[in-house]
Design a protein around this ligand. Sequence first.
Ligand code: ADP
Ligand code: MG
Length: 701
Amino acid sequence: MSSNVSEIYGSLVFNEHVMAERLPSVTYKALMRTIERGEPLDIEVANVVAHSMKEWAIEKGATHYTHWFQPLTGITSEKHDGFIDPISDGRALMRFSGKELIQSEPDASSFPNGGLRATFEARGYTAWDPTSFAFIKDEVLCIPTAFCSYTGEALDEKTPLLRSRDVIEEQLNRVLALFGEPWRHIEVTVGCEQEYFLISEDSYKKRLDLMLTNRTLFGYAPCKGQELEEHYFGAIRPTVNEYMKDLDEELWKLGIPAKTKHNEVAPAQHELAPIYERANRAIDHNLLTMEKMRLLANRHGLVCLQHEKPFAGINGSGKHDNWSLAANGKNLLEPGENPIENLRFLVLLTCIIEAVDEYQELLRMSVASAGNDHRLGAQEAPPAIVSIFLGDELSSIVDALVNDHESEYASAHKVAMDLGVAVLPAFLKDNTDRNRTSPFAFTGNKFEFRMPGSSCNPSEANTILNTAVSKSLKGFADIMEAAEDEGQEFEEAVIAWIKQTLRDHERIIFDGNGYSDEWAVEAERRGLANHKTTADALPCLLDRKNIELFEEFGVLNESEIRSRYEVKLEKYNKLINIEARVMKRMVRTLYLPAIADFAAEVAENVWKVKSVLPEADLSAQERILAKLSEGVKNIDALLAELDETHHTVRALEDQQECANRNAYEVVPLMQRLRAEVDNLEIIVSAKHWPVPNYNEILFYA
Ligand code: ADP
Ligand code: MG
C-alpha cells in the first residue's frame, strides 16, 4: 500500500465532504436538497457546482469530462469531451458549464434501443444523477447520468431504478404513517458480492474462445478440481494478492467501500464484497469495480473473467445482491426491539413474500442471460425456480401464523409469541442458519438474491424488487386506510391481513435443498415457474400482469418494456451466434488439424516399428488410431449438423423463435460437439494439443 488508506479513500470523488468544503453555503444547501429530497436543481446552482467541480477536477489532473451512463448493452459508456476552449489570442481556457453538467447528447444512434428510437424518431440525451457522486477516472471527470430518449423513454438501466426508488419511498411512507411515523427518507440499500476468475494472460491469449466469448467452449475436466476444498478461503497466491491490493487501492480512491476479499470455491476463483450503500451508488460502484477488475489485471499479467461459467464442470461466478430498506438510515428489516416494531417487521416481511411470489417470473427474467443459463440449476447456484428461504425461526413463526397457532408458538429461545402484543424474539439477527441453495434468502436483517450472474448489471433485478414490493405495500396501505375509516382496531386488522396474505403466498417459502431433484417436482406441484433458459424466461416481460405492474407505478411504460424485451432477445441470439462461430472455427482450424497430425504420427510410428520388428504387438497403438478416427468421424458429423442448424436458426426473422431454437437445438449441439473434442483431448499428445488445457489454465503460479 503506497499510502494511508484514510488519506486516499474517496480522493478522486466530488463527494459531500468536498462539496461542503468548496461550494458556497447556499449552493451546497440547494444541492443537498436535490440529493436528499429530489428537488429540481436550477441552472444558477448548476453553474456554480459545475465551476467548482471543474476547478477541483483540474487540480486532480483531469483534462476531460464525460457523462457516464449505462445503456442496455449491460456495460457502461462514456464519451470524453475536453474542458478546453480556445480563445482568439491563441490561448485556451478551461470551461465547464452548468448546462454541460446537467445534460448532454451522446450520439446515441448505435446503442441498443429495441426499436424505441425508430418508433419515436427521438435522439437520446443523458441527465445528471446528482445522488451518485462525480469522480475522476483516468484524467476524466465522470458524471453519473441517466440516459433517455427526447420523448422521455428510458434507454438505460439507471432510469427505471431511480424511478423505482421514488415509488417505494412513497408507498413505504404510507405504511409507516399507519404505524404513526412521520415521513421518512427511504433508501433501498444494496451490497453486491462480486465473484470472478483470474487466469494468466498467456493462457488467455492462446484461446480464441476465451478471447471472443469469455468462456472456454472446449476443455476436459482438470485432474484436480475443487474436491479438496482447499481453495475456498485458502491463502491467496502472491500474484493474485498483488492484484487484489492494487484493486483495493484503486477502488478506495473512487470511494468504493471494498471490504472483503477471498478465494472462492473453484480453483482460480475469487470474490470481492463491498459494504452496502444506497442502491444507485452501490450499482454504479459495482459496475466501476467490474471495470477496474478487468483493466487492472493486465498490469499483473492476468486476465479477469466475469463470465458466469468460464469452465465446464467447475463452479461458475455469481453476484449476490443483498437488499434491504432503510428509513432515515435505519434498517427496516432489522427485527425490532419492541412489539410495534415487530409488527411492522412482519408486515414488511409479508409484503416481500407476496411480491416475490407474485412477480417470481420477472425476478427470474432479470437474471436471464446466455452465461447464467449454464449456472442456474447446475447444482452450484440456485435453481431457475424462485423461492424464499426464511430460516428455522422465522419459518416457524410464519407457520404458526398461517395455522392460527401463534399463541402456542415458542421458539428454541424460549420466547412465546402472542401477536396480540406482537412479541417477536429479538434473536433473528443472529440467525446464522445458512442455505446456500436458496435463490432468495433472509439473512438476519436483509435479503440476499443469489440468482444474478457475475456479469450482469444488477439494476434490473433491484428495479423489479422495488416495484413489486411497492405494489404489496400499496395493497396493504389501501386496505388499512379503509379499515381505519371503518373504525377497525389497527393491530387486529394488521394481523388478519398478515395471516391471509401469508396463506395466499406460502408456496414460495422453501427451506429445503434447492439443488435436489425432488424440489423441482415439488415446485411444479406448488405451481412455481421453472424457466430453464433465457429463451423461456424472457417472454414474461410481455405478460399483461407484468406490464401493468410497471405502468401502474410509472417505472416503465409498455413501449419501454417491449424495447427491453427486444434488446435482451437480440443480445442472447447474437451471443449464441458468436459462440457457434468460434466453436466451428476452432474445430476446423485447430482441433481437426492437430488430431490429424497426431494420428499421422502414431501411424507412422506403427509403420516404422513394424519395418524393424515385424512380429511386434502394436494393438495398443492401433486402438488409439481407431479411437482417433472414430472421434474425428463423430466430430465431422456433429460439425456438419451444427453448421446447418446454426445457419437455419440464424436466418430466422422471429427473434423469439430464434432464441427458442438456439436454446434447445444449437446449444445442445454445441455441447455434444464439445464432448467429442474433449474426449480426444485426453488421448492426443499434449505436444500436439493446440490450446492450453484446464490443468494449465486453472493452476498457474
Ligand atoms: P455472505 O458471504 O455471508 O453473504 P458477505 O459479508 O460476503 O456475506 O456479504 C454480505 C453483503 O451484504 C455485504 O456486501 C454487506 O455490505 C451487505 N449488507 C449487509 N447489510 C446490508 C443491508 N442492510 N442492506 C444491503 N446490503 C447489506
Ligand atoms: Mg459472500
